[in-house]
Design a protein around this ligand. Sequence first.
Ligand code: DAT
Ligand code: MG
Length: 194
Amino acid sequence: MVCKTGVKYPSEPIVFQSSADSDPEVYRIRGFKPSKTAFVPKTPARERTYIMIKPDGVQRGLIGTIMERFETKGFKLVGMKLAQPGKAMFEKHYADLSGKGFFKGLVEYAASGPVCCMVWEGTNAVKTGRKMLGATKPFDSEPGTIRGDFCIDVGRNVIHGSDSVESANHEINLWFKPEELVDWESHSESWVYE
Ligand code: DAT
Ligand code: MG
């Protein structure tokens, strides 16, 4: 499948009718010979994830440093803006946590200053993004992760990242209008992906 930018998207699984149809490239990536009817994607899926630098990250001048990590990793920026939308938006964004004792404080903190909203695209962008963020509690975040390197308190943990493809799609739709996302072709494409 070829997307608008001409980049090949491996969204359609390969169906093996017989071992003769099997693709050696799949063996190399997966490390095993697929069964006759196995559904094996040729490469992992390209995804988009919603990453947001919270008010503490913005105030502390960490936007550039954090963006650099995603950019140098090889992910492609497809949307970015600074916003200060107010509490109602964060009540929606954090709706799954509305029953938690820290919810009120979380919403107040998130709405207290500008946030930097971004959409990054790439293979496994959601899970990799979470790894780059580090654990929710900075004490548990490994050094080398964003939270591990730049913060101490869970209530000031600098950054948000989608935790699944489903929540990424929901959060991208919540924060961005379709026309705010730019589908562009990176000249690094063939230097980042085989
Ligand atoms: P994450 O941001 O890693 O996805 P989450 O979705 O469980 O974590 O929680 C959202 C944010 O809420 C988190 O980044 C910081 C805050 N938070 C989570 N657990 C907390 C706690 N026990 N006390 C205070 N704030 C907390
Ligand atoms: Mg979360």
